[in-house]
Design a protein around this ligand. Sequence first.
Ligand SMILES: N[C@@H](CCC(=O)N[C@@H](CS)C(=O)NCC(=O)O)C(=O)O
Length: 280
Amino acid sequence: MTIAVDDTKINYVPIREARAMSGLRMVLGDFTIPGPWHEACKGVYYVKGLDYIPVKSANEGASDIQAGMGGSQSELIEWTAQSSAPVVIWNDERPRSQWNDQLYLAERLSPEPRLIPSDSEDRVRMFGLANELLGEGGLCYLKRHFMVSVPLESRAEDSSERELFSFLGSKYGYDKNELKTNSVRIVGILESMSAQLTAQRALGRRYLIGDQLSALDIYWATTCGFLDPMPEDRCPMWTDFREPHFYGSVNQEIANALTSELRAHRDFIYEEHLQLPIVF
Ligand SMILES: N[C@@H](CCC(=O)N[C@@H](CS)C(=O)NCC(=O)O)C(=O)O
């Protein structure tokens, strides 16, 4: 696997340069945190052995915090017609900014190892559960509301942190009155994941779908970090972001639903299939 990284840090290319290139490019925010959609997409392309040029999402010369506040995303919007990351661009095809589109493209460019099951029932289950993790209204979307809630409800009006999370809150539909419902839904999703893992174990299977690795295992491993980031030696992320409302289990109900078996499955998938330590 030779993406343009050294061992510890991805070397991002600016959008202007990346647009002039052909081949496979992946736009990523240059943050030292395991953003779940970022890591999910990086994980799929890593397992497929697909090399890509990593591209910085913020406008050239802008800081990531400015980008996070929506202030310097114009180049990304001009190129990809939207303002989130990751985005995968293959030659002059349309940019893929959704997790499922990114998976279909990876499967097409590198059919092996197969990450979308061939059995129809398995596919239904896999995409259903993956959507529970990554889709709109899924675990990561709902957890993001908690990430913005603490800075929004407790930080001073004029703090830059408040500005960043106010931008993210309005972009993704944060509503403080919905937090209780959000928590119940997160717990429900974790229970579904746990039931799936338990059912597979009862059949003597090591993976979440069928009897081999699928995209769902990667999505589980990479989104689990939003509730329980791996330790520093495996996930050398900005320490400040280890506060529970950023990257952690925000309350006891969620912490309880994140069973030791689910955590162990995340560890197993990273140890067997993904890059460790995570490179940002
Ligand atoms: N479009 C993505 C969601 C990607 C997403 O929410 N990415 C986060 C980072 S992991 C992001 O870009 N946040 C900053 C922003 O939206 O400005 C999908 O549904 O597959």
